[in-house]
Design a protein around this ligand. Structure first.
Ligand SMILES: Cc1cc2nc3c(=O)[nH]c(=O)nc-3n(C[C@H](O)[C@H](O)[C@H](O)COP(=O)(O)O)c2cc1C
Length: 301
């Protein structure tokens, strides 16, 4: 038996494969295609203290080797989420990571407080959404703000905290160090890269928000580079994501320094891709006679 399990801040995952926030709902829609019990963890769509309507449509567009979105973190708010989504996930033998959003520190703190008595195993704090005007990205692009929000959340959080970093910065290691200085237990990266697409026939923006977040295979090499840089700079576990669409991409991310990986946009093309990636990891360990997947983490320096 080869070991596929990894640990994030004291939480054991049966394998390193998670789904990226916002691309998998809370698993309900996907449970027809994916045996959620096979996943290391399910990461939910971002949830705020009150319902958010999201941005005007159109909110998505295709790009070469990827897509662009400006959903604007539409979500039903923490009360509905706790009644509807968390009980559904409790039925499965997988870890639950709740992605938290807000427009101010008190809003983030309110959600985290409401999750204290829940079945969430880990909290992923999204300070990096490029599609929300106030808060969100504003926190993720300023190291002092990253440290401060991390500290305030750590004061009230009952679960370990994963800070989700933005790639839309000059040096992502500065943000990573700030999050760790604030007490982050783990980091996840990368969120989407800000892009723009113009519809030349309608002569207007393809997305009503004008800009959107680019995701998918197009951003994968950038994500690998950033995970590598952050792994060299800090000493907390990293969840690597960005364009992972195959087992090879996931292994590459782990070799760069990720302890676990999240699969996002690829779920839209192939809803059962995560199970293929888990099976591919088993086969990779077998092929190269590696007894423990943890031997791959950061093995390429
Ligand atoms: C449609 C869509 C919605 C997303 N919603 C969220 C979200 O609610 N919270 C969050 O932290 N990231 C969100 N993201 C970012 C993804 O979790 C991920 O960081 C990014 O898409 C890169 O991974 P990928 O290339 O595998 O999709 C979203 C991405 C997409 C494509």
């Amino acid at each position: 038996m080869r070991n596929l399990s990894v640990e994030i801040a004291g939480v054991a995952l049966k394998n390193p494969v998670m789904v990226a926030s916002g691309t998998f709902g809370s698993g309900m829609e996907f449970s027809e295609f994916v045996d959620l019990n096979r996943l290391g963890a399910v990461v939910t769509k971002g949830v705020a203290n009150v319902p958010w309507p999201g941005n005007p449509t159109p909110r998505i567009a295709e790009t070469p080797s990827g897509m662009m979105n400006a959903i604007g973190l539409q979500n039903p708010g923490i009360e509905v989420f706790k009644k509807r989504d968390l009980p559904f996930l409790e039925e499965y033998d997988t870890k639950v990571v709740v992605n938290v959003v807000g427009k101010s520190i008190p809003e983030y703190v309110a959600v985290v407080e409401q999750l204290a008595d829940s079945n969430a195993d880990l909290l992923e704090i999204n300070i990096s959404c490029p599609n929300v005007k106030e808060g969100g990205i504003a926190f993720g692009q300023d190291p002092r703000a990253v440290e401060q929000i991390t500290k305030e959340i750590k004061k009230v959080a009952k679960q370990p905290i994963i800070m989700k970093l933005s790639p839309n910065v000059t040096d992502i290691t500065v943000m990573a160090k700030a999050a760790v200085a604030g007490g982050a237990d783990a980091l996840s990266l990368i969120n989407t890269l800000t892009g723009m697409k113009i519809d030349i026939h309608r002569r207007t923006f393809a997305i009503a928000n004008k800009t959107g977040g680019v995701s998918g295979p197009a951003i994968h090499p950038i994500a690998v580079r950033m995970v590598y840089q952050v792994a060299q700079a800090v000493d907390v576990p990293i969840i690597g994501m960005g364009g992972i669409a195959s087992c090879e991409d996931a292994i590459e991310m782990m070799l760069a320094g990720a302890t676990a990986v999240s699969v996002g946009t690829a779920n839209f093309r192939n809803p059962s891709i995560c199970m293929d990636i888990v099976a591919g990891m088993e086969a990779y360990l077998e092929r190269y006679d590696i007894s423990d997947i943890r031997q791959l983490i950061g093995a390429v320096r």
